[in-house]
Design a protein around this ligand. Sequence first.
Ligand SMILES: C[S@@+](CC[C@H](N)C(=O)[O-])C[C@H]1O[C@@H](n2cnc3c(N)ncnc32)[C@H](O)[C@@H]1O
Length: 281
Amino acid sequence: MKTNQPKSPRRFKRITKNWDEFWAEFWHIRLMKDDPSRAMKSQQVVALCKEVLRLKKGERLLDLGCGAGFQAQLFGELGIEVLGIDISAPLIKHAKKLTAKQKNHISFQVGDMREIDFDSEFDAVVILGCSFGFGSDAENYRTLENVARALKPGGRLLLTGQHPYAASNHAGPEWLETDEGVLFHRGEFDPVTARLNGLWELVRPDGTLVDEGDNPEKNGIRCYSVPELHQMFTQVGLETKGFYGTWLLPPTLIQWFSNELISKAQKPKRRPRKTKSTKSK
Ligand SMILES: C[S@@+](CC[C@H](N)C(=O)[O-])C[C@H]1O[C@@H](n2cnc3c(N)ncnc32)[C@H](O)[C@@H]1O
């Protein structure tokens, strides 16, 4: 016999995934792989890098925090020799698969940008898509020291971080419908620490809630201002070359309303050796 009694509420179930499963495999690979807006953004990013860094065919480029290799693939198509490094093994696995058929010299390694140890090997370094700022200030500074050492004299750096003055644009909240359920994202910018903390949760059709557990972003992403970046570049021996505010071409210097903070810095060219006549002056 039917009753009008409400059904007992579904039991609430929560699953905690780790960073590689939740962010890398689910978000960055499964959701982003075939997303046309992601593909368009990667094209814009690579076009601006090529222009601002004056990248030439055959030059060696280090892509730190390269993720699933979306931009490295496009740099490779321009004839640039790329080494992509990321801390996440599933992302590097995907990047290798993505570029397996490319004939150019393009390679990937699992690694930590705070620990890399290259000496004057690269014509350019890029750190894209807010891959910079996950660590403490000391760790982020160490990354820039490593970058300065990795660049050849005259080598160029393009770095994007979270823009502190536009942090609220990344704060959400936003809900995205995906094949696997509804994805919820909320960010919180702490003005005291200048860190942007993000929360990602997926609610599956059966009501299960999946969240990210321990992850490199757990303490938020440090959002450096223009004067802070300039100071750090100078301290590690790089020359600040400019700050841009959009990925669109032509390159446009940062304005008070810009959504992006894209920095360019350069390792000084070796000073010409003094000749005898100049030495005696
Ligand atoms: C927001 S994603 C950007 C990925 C890619 N650059 C893009 O724009 O599509 C940030 C990336 O930085 C990586 N990452 C974070 N900390 C890192 C570290 N210490 N060393 C290397 N990679 C790191 C993450 O695994 C992630 O792939």
